[in-house]
Design a protein around this ligand. Sequence first.
Ligand code: SF4
Length: 486
Amino acid sequence: MSKSDGSIPLNKNIKEPVFLDNKPKDGCGIVGVISKESVAYDIRYSLRVLQHRGQESAGIAVFNKGIKCCKGMGLVYEAISKEQMNELEGNVGIGHVRYSTAGSSTFENSQPVVVKTDVGEIALAHNGEIVNADALRKGLQKKGWAFATTTDSEIIIRLLANEISTTGDVIKAIKSLMGKLVGSYSLVVLIEDRLVAVRDSFAFKPLCIGKFKNGYMVSSESVVFDTLGGTFMRDLKPGEIVELMGDSIRSTMTSSPKNHAHCMFEWVYFARPDSVIEGRLVYDVRREIGKTLAKEHPVDADVVIPVPDSGRAHALGYYEGSGIPYGEGLMKNRYIERTFIMPQQEDREMSVVLKLNPIQPVVDGKRVVLADDSIVRGTTMRKIVQLLRNAGAKEVHVRIGSPPIRAPCYFGIDMKTRDQFAATDRTVEQIAELITADTLGYISLEGLIKAIGRPSKDLCLGCLTGEYPIRIPGEKVRFQKQIDVF
Ligand code: SF4
């Protein structure tokens, strides 16, 4: 498959990668805190812990007589200045870090979104993607509604405000809203001084509750509670609304779906290894994936190394499963921005070299197993394989902790078209040729499901199988077409 001029034979219509790191990007991280003390710094620290879930913008909204919101572009420390933090005085608030998957990357689209209504002010932070957003927006525009942003989060907050106005009851309004939304959504909402967390009926995105000395928190990932000295209580249940009050929480269930659809990528790549999702420590799942890879795709080799940092636990698991010594064969430059745009082709070529450098003695003259979580386009992996060969690796055997990605994600991950995937219209052998690996082994679907430790009926595997947990026009559906909210 490699062309004689050495260039990479990409699929027809494939777009050249623009970002330095062409891993799939998660949509967002969210947090909500209620306390006897001021919460702004707790939210800021939480967002820094969740920074891996979004680096384009960050924002905090707190209630103190009214809702005060500060947000900006960039990482948390860039987006919200110290001076702004001084203005965020209040005992209840929410926060958000964003990577745009629906709506462009602009300040206007950053979150939390805040609206003034006749029932008071509402602020909302959303992780996920609303599949019927366009239909909802068009329907509302026909009724004369105007929208200030292109995000689906604005649709949610405007619908919610309307429902509260109509029903006069926050929980009833959220239930009614959930009946209208199709897609993935974990939400934290401030309705004046009330803090409410919501998880869609399929529970695509993680959301969990924790307790700390002066109150309660809700967060995309449990690692936030560890960092702030709190304790993890539990995940929100699929279809659950939880109101967090100063000294208690109140739960309302809205549906009883027969299956759930937790995104398998949370365990494979997105979430931090030190987070617990649906009862499984992410680090343990990744090690299990590595062990399974060793069983499913054994090879005679001298050293197993990770692509740092994403493949570290997978590589450790491969070592545990195979007995092949573990080594750190690639050093990562941590100071290269994840979303650094590389406008020129030669800059793009440089991007991987800037980010990763081989530790030559670890790989020189060796048969190397290289472990990572996934291959999307294949261009980065090809460059890494070549780096290792240039550093003297005799053989490079690539082992991947997810089955081939072949189908788009409609639920908040930036994998939108089939033509971008290395696995589209290619066999595994052809992908191995594309990335110039001696051999390539992907974990099997069954192996992945077993490593995650959840029944397949409770996982979203849409981008691997092309069968989705909810109905998407033009795609195959796995289970129920929709869930009734009662
Ligand atoms: S399609 Fe893939 S990336 Fe998207 S939610 Fe499902 S498993 Fe996750």
